[in-house]
Design a protein around this ligand. Sequence first.
Ligand SMILES: *Cc1c(COP(=O)(O)O)cnc(C)c1O
Length: 407
Amino acid sequence: MKPVGPIPPEFAAALPLIAGRPAAAWVEGRDTPVFVYDLAVVRARVARLRAALPEGVAVHYAVKANPFPPLVQALAELTDGLDVASAGELALALDFRAGTAISFAGPGKRDAELEAAIRAGATINLESEGEADRALATASRIGLGPRLALRVNPPFELRGSGMRMGGRASPFGVDAERAGALARRVIAAGADWRGWHIFAGSQSLDTAAIIETQGASLVLAERLSEEAGGAPPLVNLGGGFGIPYFAGDTPIDVGAIGAALGEAIGRASLPGTRFALELGRWLVGEAGVYLARVIDRKESGGETFLVTDGGMHHQLAASGNLGAAVRRNYPVAIPSAPADAPPEVVSIVGPLCTPLDRLADRVALPRAGAGDVVAVFAAGAYGLTASPTGFLGHPLAAEILVDQPSA
Ligand SMILES: *Cc1c(COP(=O)(O)O)cnc(C)c1O
């Protein structure tokens, strides 16, 4: 038997509730699978973060974590800005926010994408010298001033367990040694200079590592600003806040992060500069539950399998195939089973013809069979959007945003 990850506290009742209703009630009379996103959980995360952060530190939502339009709309209202990574995400963000509250990062921006961002008044986080040239050329061709920031490839990395110092080759950002010179060039070309974007990593559950990285990012921003000729309007410190997925994972301490950030900002000599954090997963990840139905129950080689209509084509990360070195179990439950159903050890698999399609491996769950509902928690970020939805041609999962007070 293998352990499962921790169910987020909002759902961790004996019979999991989503927004006050039994989880299984959300699929009654509808096709499965379905993702249910509980906006009350998102609101609570934003409120907790705002309470922890020093005055004046902006919170941005990284749209790629979950681009479901009603969720993006809600986050556009709850946060101070949207971070996008393609012209498609830019168009989505523009439905809900002014361009000036949008920043656009990501390598390989096409000229048409640069043009769309400049026309919208969005900040382009430049990823290379070549992209800087193309952005400036595009802006002069269309006769508009571009808002430009520079993404820096920092000489350090945010690690899940401590931070490894020392530079490393990267497709993201301009190496720190060359960033000051490029900023001077962009400023001299007459761009609306926005400042630095330093994103050092993702999904860290190590509070001390996040604090250390933010401190190092501020020191780097200060040094680069001296090289570039002065303090910029904005320093985007990235994010990287992780959420618990697996047995033994514990949440980060945002209170400690906010307090340390306040001290680090106080130490930095960046007069007039504003700061931002850009978060995806931490804001929405725990708010999502993926609900699938059991189609078949079978025995093989002495093991029991629950075969569901959901799987890696919607929830690749839970199958362990989205960048995981070792496959471990996400938090899962059988919300349709009576609480006193006898437990058994089962594996939950999807309908795809590949052994990779496994949502839970040898976990202890209440006995279930065809028609029962399986819930995969922590499914609100990098779920449907980061899964191979076309693989094997099964229907797309539905998505529902629930906006009502939790019971
Ligand atoms: C993906 C990404 C984010 C969001 O990362 P999370 O781990 O979801 O918080 C933020 N900024 C940039 C530049 C990104 O590429």
